[in-house]
Design a protein around this ligand. Structure first.
Ligand SMILES: [Zn+2]
Ligand SMILES: [Zn+2]
Length: 337
């Protein structure tokens, strides 16, 4: 069995039914699974998905403080730009193109850590990166952790229900899993600690790294614009973290074939190029499925790709030493399409 067939912890409703077809759970099953899998009293191995949602819940009060206490139009604009453009583009730069696809290489640790912490930290690297390999291997098929055929909630709750790693990996399988993230700088548990915590990252490391990130960013925002700006932008980060959980459903056509002939050139799955995620985060998702390891996904003139501009800029100043760029290959294909 290949690693990607078993690296994720299967939900209790399974990836497939008895006939091997996609198993679509009911809303009740999805919610029950969600509650079971964030219950750390049942198993402390559930800590990581709980931590992932706790980050959002902890910041919701700041969102309310912004709305009811500090609200101004200028801050609303700042919050909008921060959540939609800055957080979104950072997700593409760091979690997507670097942590999963290794689309470029940093010169050294400094640039990697700087890029990792360029925004308020919301999504654990492990939850995103490992499961995203599975998404590419099984797009829109059983086993895809955010299979759009499962419906909105199937994708929205995926970071708890489908994305955490399996708890019963052998020592060799665990070693291979760790390898998938070795370049990210996230320090991995030894096999014994993995058996205890059920994750690659140790909870103390993950929590302290997040805390340092939050304190530094709160301090910076406070110095610039007091508690008002800090609440606006931390609230914006929570808002983004909820919104981004809807992307995988929409990016694959909400379970329908919404691909446009001659525009969405990759026909192997249901991914589509959408204007909004493209403009704000460089997520031209059909292009990306065509060239997953490219550091650029916006290939056509109107396909703005802010994540690519950052990577290119870092390359210009020496922080990035190599990158893949599939534009030439795409254009050849596109013109022949
Ligand atoms: Zn996809
Ligand atoms: Zn990808």
């Amino acid at each position: 069995m290949m690693l990607l067939d078993k690296v994720l912890d299967p939900p209790s409703y399974g990836w497939t039914d008895r006939d091997g077809a996609f198993s679509k759970p009911t809303t009740k099953q999805l919610l029950r699974e969600f509650l079971k899998r964030i219950n750390i009293f049942q198993s402390k191995k559930n800590w990581l998905p709980l931590f992932s949602w706790a980050r959002v819940l902890l910041l919701i009060p700041l969102l309310f403080l912004f709305i009811f206490n500090y609200f101004s139009v200028a801050l609303l604009v700042a919050a909008f730009i921060y959540s939609m453009i800055i957080m979104g583009t950072h997700g593409t730069i760091w979690h997507h193109r670097y942590c999963t696809h290794k689309a470029y290489r940093f010169k050294n640790r400094f640039w990697r850590v700087l890029t990792q912490n360029l925004t308020i930290s919301m999504i654990p690297e492990e939850i995103y990166a490992i499961s995203h390999h599975v998404h590419h291997a099984k797009s829109d098929k059983p086993g895809d952790p955010y299979n759009a055929n499962g419906g909105f909630l199937y994708c929205f709750l995926a970071d708890v229900n489908h994305q955490p790693i399996a708890k019963d990996l052998s020592a060799e399988e665990y070693k291979q899993t760790v390898q998938l993230m070795a370049h990210t700088g996230v320090k991995a548990n030894c096999y014994r600690k993995y058996q205890k915590w059920g994750s690659v990252v140790h909870p103390m490391r993950a929590i302290s790294a997040c805390l340092v990130n939050w304190l530094v960013w709160y301090g910076i925002f406070y110095l610039i614009g007091g508690h008002a700006l800090a609440c606006a932008l931390f609230g914006a980060a929570a808002f983004w973290a909820i919104g981004v959980r809807t992307f995988n459903y929409e990016g694959h056509g909400k379970g329908k074939d919404k691909r446009k002939k001659g525009y969405d050139l990759n026909e192997k799955d249901m991914s589509i190029n959408q204007l909004w995620p493209g403009f704000v985060a460089g997520e031209w998702h059909n292009n990306h499925h065509l060239y997953p390891s490219s550091a650029r996904s916006g290939f056509l003139k109107h396909q703005v790709d802010l994540a690519w501009y950052y990577i290119k800029f870092l390359h210009f100043i020496g922080g990035v030493i190599t990158y893949h760029d599939s534009k030439a290959s795409f254009m050849k294909r596109y013109n022949g399409a």
